[in-house]
Ligand binder design. Structure first.
Ligand SMILES: [Fe+2]
Length: 390
């Protein structure tokens, strides 16, 4: 860990059951009168979404909806939405949904003001000083995108996921309403929850971890491991939903100040090439990569094992035996992924002939340098082969 660190959180966080109904108040505080809502087709069909649009119209706020965001948000979604924002001269973006609409809105906030193509802004020095403000309303407990500075977008031509990253595109306000996550089906609850757990674990074991991200990551790991099985079993469990939304928020703060690692490097390569769901990719790869990296970072994995069992005393973690406790963290994560019903890597049907290309993309990912240890293309190839036979 570095001996110096900095911490910036430009997002105002407002959390509470029913808080999304206060949206007009937050828009008024930002002085917004013309807003573009960025969402996906599923969310735009929900009753509360229609009520929200009605509520805003009643306040004489001009509202336009772009509901074309696809999973693993595409460059074309960003560019289409930016055109709508320019046409209506939007003064604010309201991103409602999982990580895809929120990530999409982050890049729209730049394009709507400064023009160009989504991928132009992979070079953060090109991001102008005043993108459009964003209010983010997450409807899943997973990506933490409502408080992160990054957006992961798919370049549809290159079949490659790239990241646009700057504190300038972090939402101005995050409205976290656990009631909005109640309708998530079990499989989506499981995969998004495992995405959040991956953020916490990768942030905590990263080369660039720092004390504030550590605190957030450990508490996130504790909450997610304790409550994810409950929310998957019973989607109406409000206590579990609230804990998971808090966990994903904390994990988002953690990894945006630390980094993700090798799990996300593979997950992003797989998502870009085959359009596979991000959370499922992470969940499938997580225990394999933890095991592979364990020896280089035993004390941190041992501490994680404690967090993962904190809510289920007596703990199975052997206190004082760091190598064994570290090993226990892998078993706990594997068990959790099994308990919430996540599939195997084999079920993706990824052709083995593609492994070298996936390994190449994973090792070239910007987050690979922060993984402990830094993995080579050969390491990734080895991991892919063991996941295929595991
Ligand atoms: Fe993620």
């Amino acid at each position: 860990m570095d001996t110096s660190f900095s911490f910036i959180l430009p997002t105002r966080i407002e959390y509470g059951a029913g808080i999304h109904k206060q949206l007009p108040k937050f828009l008024e505080e930002l002085g917004s009168r013309k807003i573009l809502i960025i969402t996906d087709p599923g969310v735009s069909r929900l009753d509360w979404f229609t009520h929200t649009v009605d509520l805003l119209n009643a306040q004489k706020v001009k509202v336009e909806v772009y509901n074309g965001v696809e999973p693993n948000p595409k460059d074309r979604n960003v560019e289409e939405a930016a055109k709508v924002a320019q046409r209506i001269q939007a003064d604010c973006l309201l991103a409602i949904g999982g990580g895809s609409p929120i990530d999409c809105a982050k890049v729209v906030s730049i394009l709507a003001v400064y023009g160009g193509k989504a991928r132009d802004y992979e070079d953060r020095s090109r991001i102008g000083p005043q993108p459009l403000p964003i209010i983010a309303v997450p409807t899943t407990a997973g990506t933490g995108s409502e408080v992160t500075f990054g957006a992961v977008i798919t370049d549809t031509e290159a079949k490659f996921k790239f990241t646009v990253k700057s504190p300038l595109i972090a939402p101005k306000v995050a409205l976290l309403d656990p009631d909005l996550t109640l309708s998530m089906p079990p499989a989506l609850t499981a995969s998004t929850g495992m995405d959040a757990l991956t953020h916490a674990i990768e942030a905590y074991t990263s080369r660039v971890a720092e004390p504030i991200s550590d605190a957030c990551a450990l508490h996130a790991a504790e909450l997610i491991s304790a409550y994810l099985p409950r929310a998957v079993r019973n989607g109406s469990d409000r206590e579990a939903r609230a804990a998971l939304l808090t966990g994903s928020l904390l994990a988002g703060i953690a990894f945006s100040h630390s980094d993700v690692g090798a799990v996300h490097c593979i997950a992003e390569a797989l998502g870009g090439m085959y359009d596979l769901p991000h959370g499922v990719c992470n969940a499938v790869c997580l225990p394999y990569i933890m095991e592979y990296c364990l020896e280089a970072n035993q004390a941190r994995y041992a501490r994680l094992a404690e967090a993962l069992t904190r809510s289920f005393p007596p703990s199975s973690v052997p206190i004082g035996d760091i190598p064994k406790a570290a090993q226990e963290s892998v078993r706990l994560v594997r068990q959790l992924a099994r308990d919430v019903g996540l599939p195997s890597f084999r079920s993706f049907h990824v052709p083995e002939a593609d492994f070298p290309r996936i390994a190449e993309k994973s090792s070239a990912n910007g987050s690979n340098k922060d993984n402990v240890p830094v993995l080579t293309k050969e390491d990734y190839l080895h991991l892919l082969r063991s996941m295929q036979t595991g």
